[in-house]
Every structure is written in structure tokens, then in C-alpha cells.
Design a protein around this ligand. Sequence first.
Ligand code: FE2
Ligand code: FE2
Length: 225
Amino acid sequence: MKKPLHIPPQEIVKAEALPVEKRRANRNHHHQGNGYSAMYKEEKIIRQANRSAHRIPPRPTVEERPIFVPKMPANMPVIKNIDRLWEIVTGQFPSSLTFLHGPEHWRRVEANALKLSCRTGADTVVIRLFALFHDSRRVSELDDQGHGARGAEYAASLRGVEYQVTDKQFELLEYACIWHTEGVHHDDPTVGTCWDADRLDVGRVNIIPDPEFMSTEYGRELASH
Ligand SMILES: [Fe+2]
Ligand SMILES: [Fe+2]
């Protein structure tokens, strides 16, 4: 059996309230081309015209699409391929020196530096490059005078070829590499982070990191725990 259609009571009242003549007049008003209907048609034409004027052109095929070449300033800091850079630098490093100052130490310095940078605000491009280059030109595991300067020179030889940094960034990198052994403290957050990151890894030679030799607040905090 068909279920009776439920009509809310207020709707019934509304429909019944309109006299039959009025309802008929309303219906004819819409169907006999009166003023309202003409206005409605006019609006419809305008809407259609607007729609076609703003129509999105069809999507070009793959062949037609122009190649997107991002515009970057010539001096934009970019490490094109950090893994390749690591391969190049580790590839030239003598395997006999890897025990204390080799790539494993560089990786720990990088991790320390990135951790420190969360609070020190150091330039992450510079600190990653420092980690890679600062001991990259060692020739001895013992006291190796000038190894920081040689690392900076090596970094300069690959600049613009394997990575790009601004002049200011390179200045910081060069300074941090050259003075990472002799320098004690530095106020610059990037240089300070580089040195703290290196000194936090002295545990590899059984030395406990000393907060006295840290440049940053966070470095001192990590060293004292
Ligand atoms: Fe060093
Ligand atoms: Fe080091």
C-alpha cells in the first residue's frame, strides 16, 4: 500500500490560503512573456555572455606547455645535490684518516649543528657546508696546522660548481673553517654554531664537551648535560 505523502501542516495552510484565481494569475504571469519573463531572459543572456567571456581556455597538451624555468638570482644559495657534494669530498679524503676526523665525524657535526640551529638561528646552508669541509683537508690525525684553511680553500674551489652561496655566506663559511681550531668563542650565531657543533663531538677522543668552550647558549646547555 502506498504510503501517504507527509505534508507539514503550515504548508497546507499556505497553499489553501491562496485563492484559485490568484494562483492561476501567478502561473500565467510566468508563461505569457510578460515583463518579468523578459527581464529574466535578459539576465540569462548577460550571464551566459559573462560566462563565455571568462571561460578558461582549454588546457594545453604536454607538447604545447612552455618549460618552466624558475628565475633565481645568480647568487642564490643552492646546494644542487648535497649527496653528490658529499661523494666528491669524501672521495678525496684519505681513508687512513677516517678514524677520528673523517666523514663519520662530519656527519655528527652536521647533526649537532642542525640541532643547535633550531635555537641559535644559524644559517643552515653554511653549517652543513662547514660540517663537510672543515676537516676535509686534513693530512694527519694529530695536530694538523692549517687544515682549516686548506678546507676553506677546497670549499672555495667547489663554490659555483657544486654549490652556490652568497658572498656573505661564503665569508662565514671560510671564517668558521679557518679558525675552527684556534678560535675560542664567536658572537655570530652561524660561526658559533659551527664551532659548538664540532666541539660537542669531542667525546670520540674521550674528552667530555666543556661548556666553557661553547659560543652559544644552547651549546653550553648541551655540553653541561
Ligand atoms: Fe678540525
Ligand atoms: Fe672537526
